[in-house]
Write a protein that binds this ligand. Structure first.
Ligand code: SF4
Length: 332
């Protein structure tokens, strides 16, 4: 890969002059230029994670930002790989920028203790949390019976009873055998998605509001799937709220990422190139589909963090392992 020195574009012609033969990249560069340089936006915030999608997004946004309207923020959840922190410093040198570093409103260990631990996914954790709040007994009853017993818990009961239409992601049957598993093995610890709320969501809302940003840029891709990506239909929302939202790599598929990386000399963090991880983010997050593999990597390369996450997420890891074993038994 050539050692590519990034250059800000002063015109759209300059921006696209090195663009590879790839329509997705071309279309989205042109769109990025139009949005970032729109007179509608005076102050723009771009959230950087240090992950591979974020690396590409940063390169696009930085090139397009001819008037330096964009601030870059990194949310320090407290469970970050040293390799990510090193990579952020590399990016600061590469683009001659400085990231705003924002710490969690509530550190993850405290959020987990006070509210509960993440389990499987944001949606699942959210619904379980609501049921636990109402002291739900994990009964296998119909919605009509349960709503009488737990009248203030409608949407979580709808999830539990699979009443949300055939293909809805808000049905527990979306997670194979989860309901059967939970009936037989009710959780004995608190489950919640609040650690994300306090480490990321509220921190982002606060900085956006306090500094009156009018555009919020994040690195979500449609093809990554999951609740984060399926929550959006397009790369841009023109909202009635204080700021609009823009996702410059929303339409990128894996091959588009590769084309971009090769053309513009994007180098990712050691999390990918040395540790061999497929994703980064909070170390050992229980939402990670392959958290067991990730834990092996953490143990080898970042042993102190390994101890920390095994402690913080212990119950969640064990419950997930039990659930996976349950699935295997049901298959067999
Ligand atoms: S990504 Fe995982 S560990 Fe990090 S804040 Fe969200 S739920 Fe917690």
């Amino acid at each position: 890969m050539k050692n590519y020195i990034p250059q800000k574009a002063s015109s759209i012609e300059e921006l696209i002059k090195d663009c590879p033969k790839n329509q997705v990249i071309l279309d989205n560069l042109i769109r990025a230029w139009a949005i970032i340089n729109s007179p509608k936006y005076k102050k723009i915030l771009c959230s950087i994670s240090g992950g591979s999608d974020s690396d590409i997004m940063l390169d696009i946004v930085w090139r397009c930002d001819k008037d330096n309207k964009v601030d870059y923020v990194w949310f320090d959840t407290g469970l970050e790989y040293q390799a990510t922190k090193d990579h952020l410093e590399y990016l600061e040198r590469k683009y001659d920028i400085k990231f705003i570093r924002k710490k969690a409103i509530k550190p993850i260990p405290i959020a987990c203790k006070e509210h509960g631990k993440p389990f499987i996914s944001k949606n699942v954790s959210e619904f379980i949390q609501r049921l636990q709040r109402h002291n739900f007994q994990w009964e296998d009853e119909s919605f009509d019976v349960l709503i009488k017993k737990y009248p203030k818990c409608q949407s979580a009961l709808e999830w539990w009873c699979n009443t949300k239409g055939e293909n809805s992601q808000f049905n527990i049957k979306n997670k194979k055998w989860l309901k059967e598993f939970m009936i037989k093995n009710p959780p004995v610890f608190k489950i919640s998605n609040k650690c994300c709320t306090y480490a990321k969501k509220k921190v982002a809302n606060k900085i956006l509001k306090e500094n009156k940003y009018d555009l919020n840029i994040i690195g979500v891709r449609k093809s990554e799937g999951g609740a984060r990506a399926t929550a959006y239909k397009n790369c841009f929302d023109d909202t009635d709220g204080d700021y609009d939202n823009y996702r410059p790599i929303f339409w990128y598929r894996d091959q588009d990422k590769i084309d971009y990386e090769n053309t513009y000399g994007i180098i990712h963090s050691n999390c990918y190139t040395e540790y061999g991880l497929k994703r980064t983010g909070c170390v050992g997050c229980p939402y990670g589909r392959n958290f067991e593999d990730e834990l092996e990597v953490v143990k080898q390369y970042e042993p102190k963090l390994y101890k920390a996450v095994c402690n913080i997420f212990k119950d969640s890891y064990e419950y997930t392992r039990q659930y996976k074993e349950f699935i295997e038994n049901m298959k067999g």
